[in-house]
Design a protein around this ligand. Structure first.
Ligand SMILES: [Zn+2]
Length: 434
């Protein structure tokens, strides 16, 4: 494929954060050239006057398996929300309900301009999630959720978890020409035995895998972790030799000063989930402090039942707003927040050399917006418009790995009406057997 996208505003997110007016030449799955006045006579050419091209947006903490549970678990704190609704619902998934859930979540995210995800999966039927990630055209990682410990009845035997995980790694890691991969997904400290954490560390080393988990989301959880292990969350990961740039921690709301030091020293990634943190009443993660310390922070919507959207533009705006009353109005400017869903997200995934900015040689993952509507008019301040004014309905086209996954606002792989219909049917069927 040889494609020339012309006359757009290009938010490059390169090292100088340049905003250019010009063209991008894409060949196969790569950005070959970027700049004004490109001439490629034999390329298919699109005129994108009045359009803005961004590096594809990156969501680093989601649960595709929970998309089907949207609107089913409101007004609860984390531990009740998990034990009363989320764990029973996740464990009731059949292949077809999980497929419906994955399609629903993927459709919503692609339409909001998301091109790459870090997903935490379910315990069973995980081939279905990988099949749908491959089919949808999205980039990213998922993994079977691991739980072998605690009083909850949804845990699995250690040996079964490891056997299933290794099978899935062999089946799906680096599949779809490297677009889809495996990330280990121990749920959180309280649901995993010492033996399981040690196995996670070994699997991460052996297969060079990201470790995707939750940490310090809720005060009661932090107290229980301390009671059961003798350590706080991040201390626990350091003691277990799990602390490294491969470790990706969702939430990190309640950390001690020492734990913040650990995040910095071990280059651990933080995934900020502002909507979920508010909806579960968990608290405000001190993100401005983490950014000041040079800790890599990216953004996630978390699960549909704790948000209740998977729309990255909602979390983008919220991330920009919620810290201003506490840290001052100049904190978390629009550029810093846009970094979280582009280049910082790429770092979390270990893909900063391949995605996260518009530069020659990087993979062609693009999100294309129209910012000339009533709600972003009149002044042209494109970063401000994207973070504070834009909405997912402004996403026109989305490309991943040189292929269109959304065109004119509609997903290429899925019929949206069918996605909605099958999700409604699957949800009703699931609730009947519970
Ligand atoms: Zn989560």
């Amino acid at each position: 494929m040889r494609l020339l996208l012309k006359n757009a505003t290009l938010v490059t997110q390169n090292a100088h954060r340049e905003i250019l007016h010009g063209d991008i030449f894409i060949e196969d799955n790569l950005i070959r050239e970027i700049g004004p006045g490109l001439q490629v006579p034999d390329a298919e050419t699109w005129d994108l006057t009045n359009h803005v091209i961004l590096p594809g947006l990156i969501q680093t903490h989601v649960h595709l398996c929970q998309a089907l549970f949207r609107n089913l678990a409101d007004d609860l704190e984390l531990l009740d929300w998990l034990s009363q609704y989320i764990w029973p619902l996740e464990s009731a998934h059949t292949e077809s309900s999980l497929r419906a859930s994955a399609r629903l979540g993927l459709t919503e995210m692609l339409k909001s301009g998301v091109t790459a995800i870090l997903d935490m999966g379910s315990a069973s039927h995980m081939d279905v999630v990988f099949e749908e990630m491959v089919r949808s055209g999205i980039r990213g990682y998922s993994g079977k959720v691991m739980m072998d410990h605690g009083t909850q009845p949804y845990k699995e035997p250690f040996d079964d978890i490891i056997r299933d995980t290794e099978r899935l790694i062999h089946q799906w890691h680096n599949s779809a020409d490297g677009r889809v991969g495996y990330a280990l997904a121990p749920r959180f400290v309280l649901t995993c035995s010492d033996q399981l954490w040690e196995a996670v560390r070994d699997l991460s080393h052996r297969y060079n895998l990201i470790i995707h988990t939750h940490a310090a989301e809720n005060k009661s959880e932090v107290a229980l972790v301390q009671e059961q292990t003798g350590y706080r969350n991040v201390e626990f990961f350091v003691r277990k030799h799990l602390a490294s740039p491969k470790l990706c921690l969702a939430h990190c709301i309640w950390l001690s000063d020492q734990e913040v030091e650990y995040l910095k020293d071990y280059h651990i990634n933080v995934m900020h989930c502002p909507s979920a943190n508010l909806k579960l009443g968990s608290g405000f993660a001190p993100i401005p402090r983490y950014l000041e310390e040079g800790i890599n922070v990216s953004l996630g919507s978390d699960g549909a039942p704790c948000n209740n959207n998977l729309d990255i533009f909602i979390d983008l705006r919220l991330a920009a707003l919620i810290h201003k009353p506490t840290f001052g109005v100049t904190t978390m400017n629009a550029q810093q927040v846009l970094d979280m869903v582009t280049i910082n997200g790429a770092k979390t995934l270990g893909l900063e050399d391949k995605i996260g900015s518009l530069e020659a040689g990087k993979l062609a993952d693009l999100t294309i917006l129209q910012l000339n509507k009533v709600h972003h008019t009149p002044a042209d301040n494109v970063i401000s418009q994207i973070v504070y004014s834009a909405q997912s309905r402004d996403v026109v086209h989305v490309m991943v790995d040189g292929k269109w996954v959304v065109q004119y606002g509609r997903t290429v792989a899925y019929d949206e009406e069918e996605v909605v219909r099958t999700a409604r049917e699957a949800c009703a069927a699931l609730l009947e057997v519970l």
